[in-house]
Write a protein that binds this ligand. Sequence first.
Ligand SMILES: *[C@@H]1O[C@H](CO)[C@@H](O)[C@H](O)[C@H]1NC(C)=O
Ligand SMILES: *[C@@H]1O[C@H](CO)[C@@H](O)[C@H](O)[C@H]1NC(C)=O
Ligand SMILES: *[C@@H]1O[C@H](CO)[C@@H](O)[C@H](O)[C@H]1NC(C)=O
Ligand SMILES: *[C@@H]1O[C@H](CO)[C@@H](O)[C@H](O)[C@H]1NC(C)=O
Ligand SMILES: *[C@@H]1O[C@H](CO)[C@@H](O)[C@H](O)[C@H]1NC(C)=O
Ligand SMILES: *[C@@H]1O[C@H](CO)[C@@H](O)[C@H](O)[C@H]1NC(C)=O
Ligand SMILES: *[C@@H]1O[C@H](CO)[C@@H](O)[C@H](O)[C@H]1NC(C)=O
Ligand SMILES: *[C@@H]1O[C@H](CO)[C@@H](O)[C@H](O)[C@H]1NC(C)=O
Ligand SMILES: *[C@@H]1O[C@H](CO)[C@@H](O)[C@H](O)[C@H]1NC(C)=O
Length: 223
Amino acid sequence: MEMRVVILFLFFCSSIVVLLIVPTAEAISLGNETDKLALLAFKKGIIKDPSGALNSWNDTIHFCDWEGVSCSSQQPQRVITLNLSNRGLEGSISPSIGNLSFLRHMLLMDNGLYGEIPGDFGRLHSLRVLNLSFNSIHGEIPANLSHCSELITIQLENNNLTGVIPAELGSTPKLKSLALDNNYLNGVIPPSLGNLSSLMEISLLYNSLQGDIPTELGNLSKP
Ligand SMILES: *[C@@H]1O[C@H](CO)[C@@H](O)[C@H](O)[C@H]1NC(C)=O
Ligand SMILES: *[C@@H]1O[C@H](CO)[C@@H](O)[C@H](O)[C@H]1NC(C)=O
Ligand SMILES: *[C@@H]1O[C@H](CO)[C@@H](O)[C@H](O)[C@H]1NC(C)=O
Ligand SMILES: *[C@@H]1O[C@H](CO)[C@@H](O)[C@H](O)[C@H]1NC(C)=O
Ligand SMILES: *[C@@H]1O[C@H](CO)[C@@H](O)[C@H](O)[C@H]1NC(C)=O
Ligand SMILES: *[C@@H]1O[C@H](CO)[C@@H](O)[C@H](O)[C@H]1NC(C)=O
Ligand SMILES: *[C@@H]1O[C@H](CO)[C@@H](O)[C@H](O)[C@H]1NC(C)=O
Ligand SMILES: *[C@@H]1O[C@H](CO)[C@@H](O)[C@H](O)[C@H]1NC(C)=O
Ligand SMILES: *[C@@H]1O[C@H](CO)[C@@H](O)[C@H](O)[C@H]1NC(C)=O
């Protein structure tokens, strides 16, 4: 009788221990819930996924192992790359992507994405490469992309972007490549782009831009 009680007690204790330990271990090994929620919101915005690219984005698989997602190796794991290029995806890009605070590479080119570029992208302070080229994205280029101070590459060519090129883009100091060709951009080329001292490549062809090429751009010394 006593033995049974002890065994039951031990069993009871060990289940408590298990209950106490498991959530803690999960919190560490499963990475940051914020990133998972942001990715799930992105998935919700995709209404066509002909190649089933997002099929693996389910609860049985850790989000760092979802197709097209790569995470940092240190704990808690954070999403650093979202690479879903050329998957035939259609839909809009959820503003919640702005919650992926550690994202460095956003590669969504060669899809059928439409909708606008969310202004929340301005919160991606680690973003280095933004490639949304060859989609059907419309609306304006958000000025606050300039808050992404680590940006090296902005490729938005071959979309349906309208409005002006934001002068603020002249304050992304590390920018090496800016491709905006084949859109419906208008207005003048902002002189501030002459302040992009790292710029090596700029393509603005096939838009409705007006005026001259600002003399400030002549100061871009890189070949
Ligand atoms: C998850 O990330 C968010 C935003 O970066 C942060 O505020 C939060 O503290 C993080 N949570 C954990 C458990 O690391
Ligand atoms: C994104 O972050 C904001 C503020 O931290 C939060 O209110 C919102 O619910 C988050 N969205 C998602 C989809 O995680
Ligand atoms: C989750 O995704 C994996 C890989 O695509 C798949 O094998 C599994 O059946 C999916 N699980 C659910 C519950 O959909
Ligand atoms: C992105 O994914 C494609 C196809 O899966 C792959 O070929 C390419 O190397 C990846 N690029 C990066 C920067 O991860
Ligand atoms: C960027 O601008 C949009 C709207 O213009 C706003 O909703 C968003 O919060 C802004 N983000 C930052 C980081 O300023
Ligand atoms: C961006 O995507 C375009 C179209 O696929 C490709 O030509 C270009 O090399 C990509 N650039 C980067 C930096 O990934
Ligand atoms: C984008 O522009 C192309 C060419 O003008 C047009 O055929 C297409 O319908 C537009 N897409 C959207 C989503 O506006
Ligand atoms: C270039 O940067 C300098 C220093 O930050 C600033 O004073 C100037 O107004 C900028 N030029 C343009 C055309 O924005
Ligand atoms: C180009 O740079 C030189 C010095 O680096 C400066 O004196 C000149 O005003 C700049 N020209 C323009 C048009 O910004």
